[in-house]
Design a protein. Structure first.
Length: 285
């Protein structure tokens, strides 16, 4: 190595506090405290090592445009994978729901003799409107009819008809299927058949009922309270009378029925019942 290069290197190193260059022969040298080459062909590797271990002279950071493009392509693939996963998971569920709906429709054919094809009910058959009732409520009542908790009292003519109908359903799957089909029917407002009710007075009497059935009588599953606003008015009167007389809700295995017995007991007479029902029918408008 030329003497002038060594002298310059030692002078610069002395000023900067860096180790001096040691001549090793030829044109190569190295720092005493490090392994950084100072020859022309080793200056680039030394600089590259300062930027990152193992970096090569040809390594260049990817451009922002290229990085964004790669990220976008990866995002599209991930979204496509997620959609495909959801589709594969939902397809069997959708098929099962369709099969259950068809099964429920087939089972409901027998029920149409009393409740009608649209589920609007028939007073002469003691069959109330049931179209659009929540599935959970229909299932709960069918289970009560099947077990005998409801529909076994000798004075409950409508219940006595429903008991064998519930037994006709082979298992819980059939019960859920027909309940789901009933819930899928569009609710309609049955034609009023009761008269003589005072809706203004009934609104006041309905106040305790709001806690469970809601201010608009839409029901509340958390309270096991069904919707009332699309119910047949004659059926509501019949139910209140049965609760009050202990024909319905007297079974120890029916705690919700017991609550309704107590609530019906707060209504002093049939007129009060008609007033409450008159108010409820205004909520379905």
């Amino acid at each position: 190595m030329p003497q002038w290069w060594c002298a310059r290197s030692e002078a610069v190193g002395a000023r900067r506090g860096a180790p001096a260059v040691e001549e090793t022969g030829g044109i190569r040298g190295r720092f005493r405290a490090g392994a950084v080459r100072v020859t022309h062909q080793h200056i680039q590797p030394a600089i590259g090592a300062g930027r990152g271990a193992g970096a090569s002279p040809s390594t260049r950071p990817p451009s922002r445009k290229r990085t964004r493009s790669q990220g976008f392509a990866l995002s599209r693939r991930l979204v496509a994978l997620a959609l495909w996963t959801l589709f594969c998971a939902g397809a069997p569920l959708g098929a099962a729901q369709a099969e259950s709906h068809e099964r429920g429709q087939a089972l409901f054919a027998l029920c149409t003799q009393c409740h009608g094809a649209a589920g609007i009910g028939n007073r002469d058959a003691l069959a109330p409107a049931i179209a659009g009732l929540d599935q959970w409520y229909v299932e709960a009542q069918l289970k009560k009819f099947r077990s005998g908790i409801r529909g076994k009292h000798p004075q409950d003519m409508g219940g006595l008809r429903m008991h064998p109908m519930a037994l006709w359903l082979q298992d819980d799957a059939d019960l859920a299927a027909v309940a789901g089909y009933v819930a899928s029917l569009a609710p309609t407002r049955p034609a009023p058949q009761l008269t003589g009710g005072d809706s203004a007075r009934g609104k006041q009497l309905f106040t305790p009922c709001v806690a469970c059935h809601g201010i608009d009588a839409s029901g509340n599953q958390a309270m096991n309270a069904p919707a009332l606003k699309h119910a047949s008015d004659w059926y509501l009167l019949s139910s209140l009378q049965k609760f009050k007389d202990g024909i319905r809700g007297a079974d120890p295995a029916d705690p919700m029925g017991a609550i309704m017995r107590a609530m019906a007991g707060t209504l002093p007479d049939e007129q009060a019942m008609r007033d409450v029902i008159a108010h409820i029918t205004t909520l379905g408008n």
